[in-house]
Ligand binder design. Structure first.
Ligand SMILES: [Fe+2]
Ligand SMILES: [Fe+2]
Length: 255
């Protein structure tokens, strides 16, 4: 029998009804100013503007149904799976650090060093990433994540780090880091945790290998031992950065 003309069962009809109700309840999803700025426009979604397009609509104040659903008490691993656009670079860096015999703080720092890029924002990614993880990791780890942003631009050949050829390709050979990055580097150079941050750069640079086998499961225990997962779920824990995790969870809430 052609399944398209098969009469609907009661449960199929119930599913259909539920789907129709969901559509009726559908909320209009709005964008933050930042999303428009990223497209080169200085503008924002106002309620009046959205009502002109969707008369009488209600606006989304919960999860965006287009995104993978997050559990009620999300963990860092859930964000890796449901919100980080790419894992490979982070997993490759962490795997490299693991194989190089680095300690767990360095491995965790490598695993998290670019989380701002893959989840949130590129500009000043070291600073954003450090702030996101600061309440949950050893201070040395967040310091290293913040500082790797500056150290990336300054070679330390004695430690095994050359200026990346890729940066010449990406930014041109005349690119000079801004003064605040130079100042950050100068502060970091004599800091007691300098090598932790330098090790992020060292394990980062060789980690773009398409053939390298990586698995998030390899790092679940290291995360468990070194990342203080809040009981309430990451984002619901009232830490100084929990709003950042909530924003990743619900990037299109109206307010
Ligand atoms: Fe980075
Ligand atoms: Fe990186």
């Amino acid at each position: 029998m052609n399944e398209h003309i098969k009469p609907q069962s009661i449960s199929e009809r119930a599913d259909h009804l539920e789907e129709e109700m969901m559509h009726e309840l559908e909320r209009v999803v709005s964008k933050s100013t930042l999303h428009y700025l990223a497209d080169g426009e200085v503008k924002m979604d106002t309620s009046a503007g959205l009502w002109a397009k969707h008369p009488g609509a209600k606006f989304n104040m919960g999860p965006d149904p287009r995104l993978p659903p997050m559990p009620a008490k999300p963990t860092l691993i859930d964000y890796f799976k449901c919100r980080f656009a790419q894992h490979a670079h982070l997993l490759q860096s962490a795997t490299h650090a693991l194989k190089n015999g680095c300690n767990e703080k360095v491995i965790l720092a490598c695993l998290l060093h670019d989380i701002a890029v893959v989840s949130f924002i590129r500009c000043d990614h070291g600073y954003w990433g450090a702030q996101m993880i600061e309440p949950y990791v050893d201070e040395e780890v967040s310091w290293a994540v913040r500082t790797h942003q500056a150290l990336r631009f300054f070679p330390d050949e004695a430690a095994g780090y050359k200026y990346p050829d890729m940066y010449v390709k990406l930014f041109g050979d005349d690119y000079k880091p801004e003064p605040y990055i130079v100042a950050e580097y100068e502060r970091a150079r004599n800091h007691k945790w300098y090598m932790t941050s330098r090790l992020i750069c060292i394990n980062d640079i060789y980690s773009f290998d398409p053939n390298m086998k990586v698995n998030l499961d390899d790092f679940v225990d290291i995360v468990g031992r070194n990342f203080r997962q809040p009981e309430e779920g990451l984002g619901f824990d009232n830490s100084p950065s929990s709003h950042m995790w909530r924003t990743m969870m619900w990037p299109n809430r109206f307010l």
